[in-house]
Ligand binder design. Structure first.
Ligand code: GLA
Length: 388
């Protein structure tokens, strides 16, 4: 694989020089959805799919970018003094955003690079493919430019900043954090209010983690995501009239019950109820996993789906059908929509013995009910971003 990748790099950029290869994974999130911008907990893990990037230094101040996934875009030539976002650069805006972010933070980038990318994360599912490109780029810049005192959490924060300020998607820290900090066989129990985290062994000895692509394209996801954020903020402001909190996740479900009437608009109350209960479910789910109680873990995933569907209203008929069908298969411990929502994918924990039936039955019934062909991926945990 390594030699093939180097050969491809050289076909595009020519021979010579030292070429280094890096990798950043994608991520799945077991539970803790739409909590990362409410100061709550998330529980994602890195997976084995991801983005490979090869790099070679240049003597001048030009960055060249090429992706095997977008050969039609050809080689993008980006002078260091013209890093503005450009529609026609498409995927190339992700690495550009990270370069711009580091410059904005005052780091010295003294010369250009030839960068060559290939990703095997299926697109449009919400498995963190853009964060994966950003994290691998940030890590390369750190190493190649010899940036002092930049650790992997910083790389994740720069990736998030690039996404928020340069790309214009106001996502939370979950994706880049899981991608930068992942560890094989573990999920990360991350408190997004202060970035404290622990690795929790993901003990699924007789189960598989299965992602199903609904093939429903995620329409207007950015605007709807932004709207949910704003509604959570409105609920928080209403609550702050009676409780001294900085974010919704500081409330337990019990305290929320007592103060919820302060939230003026019913829609904001529902959004806040999801943020609060989802955070509590995530804490409980990690405890269940530590006890080895996968059944309880699965039940909490199911409850997460209902809350995302009814209170947060980020599901869609296709995701609901996939989840309902999954719940109907004997040997499915838990299933829910995953990620931002409005299309994309679901995540299910399925006993080994039930995997074939799960794929056949859910696939068949989904086709019958929606006319769409679902795609199934058995996921494995992987390590976070690193040089290869
Ligand atoms: C997207 C965002 C994350 C997170 C999820 C929802 O994946 O990038 O930061 O908010 O949605 O949990």
């Amino acid at each position: 694989m390594r030699q093939q990748f180097v050969d491809k790099f050289q076909q595009v950029y020519g021979e010579g020089g030292r070429i280094d290869i890096y990798f950043a994974p994608g991520r799945v999130n077991l539970i803790g959805e739409h909590t990362d911008y409410n100061g709550g907990h998330v529980f994602p893990c890195a997976v084995t799919m991801g983005t490979y990037a090869a790099v070679r230094r240049r003597a001048d101040r030009v960055f060249r970018l090429y992706s095997m996934n977008y050969p039609e875009k050809g080689v993008l030539e980006i002078p260091l003094d013209d890093l503005d976002w450009k529609r026609e650069h498409g995927w190339g805006n992700y690495p550009k955003g990270v370069i711009r972010t580091l410059l904005g933070k005052g780091f010295q980038i003294s010369h250009g690079l030839d960068l060559f990318y290939y990703g095997d994360i299926p697109k449009g599912l919400g498995l963190g493919s853009s964060a994966s490109i950003e994290v691998v780029t940030g890590l390369i810049l750190r190493d190649v430019m010899g940036l002092p005192d930049v650790n992997m959490v910083d790389v994740a924060l720069f990736a998030q900043l690039a996404e928020n300020e340069y790309i214009g998607m106001s996502c939370g820290i979950m994706d880049p954090f899981a991608i930068a900090m992942g560890r094989k066989n573990n999920a990360i129990f991350l408190d997004t209010s202060d970035l404290s985290y622990i690795y929790a062994p993901l003990r699924l000895p007789h189960e598989k983690m299965i992602i199903i692509n609904s093939t429903k394209e995620r329409l207007a996801v950015d605007e709807r995501y932004q709207e949910r954020r704003a509604q959570c903020e409105e609920a928080l402001r209403d609550l702050q009239r009676v409780v001294a909190i900085h974010n919704l996740s500081e409330l337990t479900a019990e305290v929320f019950e007592q103060v919820q009437e302060m939230i003026r608009r019913p829609v904001c109350l529902r959004r806040a109820r999801h943020a609060v209960t989802e955070n509590q479910r995530t804490i409980q789910a990690v405890k269940a996993l530590e006890k080895g109680d996968i059944h309880e873990f699965g039940q909490l995933m199911n409850a997460s789906h209902l809350s995302l569907k009814e209170d947060f209203e980020v599901s869609c008929p296709e995701l609901d059908i996939l989840v309902e069908e999954a719940w109907g298969v004997d040997g499915v411990l838990g299933s829910r929509m995953m990620g931002a929502g409005f299309g994309g994918c679901t995540i299910s924990i399925v006993e080994d013995r039930a995997v074939n039936e799960f794929i056949t039955q859910v696939g068949r019934n989904y086709k019958e009910r929606t006319g769409r062909t679902a795609e199934f991926y058995v996921m494995e945990t992987g390590d976070g971003a690193s040089a290869l």
